[in-house]
Design a protein around this ligand. Structure first.
Ligand code: PMP
Length: 359
């Protein structure tokens, strides 16, 4: 390092928080990457509501405004495990739409609180009814009240925003450089379908790696998802098991993801176990200073797996969908104590002043 850090400002003033969505940085991994391989993460936590779903949220609302499907002041309703709800809450707050979110009781408490803090109403659904239950509740509420259903799992606005923003950012940031692999998981499938549309055409040599939970291999099972006329799932997928990778793999194969399956937008499908993902999330925090959630850790686990056997010079990009701060009450933080560890107590007792007793 030769000179002190300075900054110049962004060179623009922003008219709304919504204009700060996207253009997230691709960041080099320095300590966890094997030598000879350049591994980057695209940190979606840099979005204003700290996840990849801010992109989808602004896309759904603005496409619906354009088409007339969403009227001024109309209530928006959606089933979401959290990040879409938080993104929608931010967008609806900024634009003045009321928002109702349905969410299975199994998802982390801070997600509910964040949405409520942003002005949304959160209606919980029973854990036993899984993603299917919260989804059906949203449809029911929309039908009963004439609300606008955001339909993140079916809407064209989903993959479209990743095609127009996420993929474009990757194309621009790796312009003139190698990009051998892009690694991602799926929730709705918007990220992989949108990226796939662009990368398959414009960077056909880039391999797209898709991951799903080891104990919920919906795509890996090969079992086709039954759907109704509008593309909504007709039933819960038989390969689904509850898994700890929040935001990934609902209990059905979404229509948005089906495009990536039918269009062969991925070269390899690699399962990952939730605990492995959590371990890599911790490692990213502690060895790189990069704070991401369980799905980010899980995606990163696969990226490292590829990096370990990749030839010298390989360039890999790994999607990190959100921030780790969203998981304080979840198993990701289970091993993090509230009070002091023995080591911290020993440190406290190592000098005479301001001591605290062990708990
Ligand atoms: N990780 C997290 C934490 C998410 O909230 C989501 C979105 N549900 C994803 C990954 C997957 O993104 P996508 O819906 O674009 O497939």
């Amino acid at each position: 390092m030769t000179s002190s850090r300075t900054t110049q400002g962004r060179g623009q003033l922003y008219d709304t928080i919504l204009d700060t969505i996207g253009d997230t940085p691709c960041i080099r991994i320095n300590r966890l990457a094997p030598e000879g391989v350049r591994l980057y993460v695209k940190a979606e936590a840099f979005n204003p509501a700290a996840s990849v779903k801010d992109r989808l949220a602004v896309s759904i609302i603005e496409e619906a405004e354009r088409s007339g499907a969403l009227k001024p002041g109309q209530t928006v309703v959606e089933a979401t495990s959290g990040n879409t709800g938080i993104g929608l809450a931010m967008v609806c707050a900024a634009k003045g739409y009321p928002l109702v979110v349905t969410m299975a009781e199994s998802f982390s408490v801070e997600r509910r609180k964040l949405m409520r803090f942003l002005g949304a109403k959160v209606v919980l659904t029973p854990k036993a009814e899984k993603g299917f239950g919260m989804y059906n509740k949203a449809v029911e509420l929309a039908d009963a009240n004439g609300w606008f259903l955001a339909s993140q799992f079916e809407t064209d606005a989903n993959a479209k925003i990743h095609e127009n923003t996420t993929a474009r950012e990757i194309m621009a940031d790796f312009d003139g450089d190698r990009l051998d692999y892009v690694v991602t998981g799926y929730g709705t499938g918007g990220t992989v379908s949108g990226m796939g549309r662009v990368l398959r055409k414009e960077r056909p040599d880039t391999k797209i790696i898709l991951s799903e939970p080891a104990n919920a291999q919906l795509i890996g099972s090969g079992t086709v998802q039954g759907r109704n006329d509008t593309g909504q799932p007709a039933h819960s997928h038989p390969a689904f098991e509850p898994h700890p990778i929040q935001g990934w793999t609902p209990d059905f194969i979404p229509l948005v993801l089906q495009e990536a399956i039918d269009g062969k937008y991925y070269d390899e499908l690699i399962p990952v176990a939730g605990p492995t993902g959590m371990e890599w999330s911790r490692k990213l925090a502690q060895s790189e200073g990069i704070f991401t959630g369980v799905s980010g850790g899980s995606t990163f686990a696969i990226a490292v797996q590829i990096a370990e056997t990749a030839p010298e010079g390989t360039v890999i990009l790994c999607m990190l969908p959100d921030t780790g701060e969203r998981y304080l009450s979840s198993p990701l933080f289970e091993a993090v104590p509230d009070y002091m560890t023995d080591e911290e107590v020993a440190l406290s007792h190592s000098t005479p002043g301001y001591q605290m007793a062990a708990e």
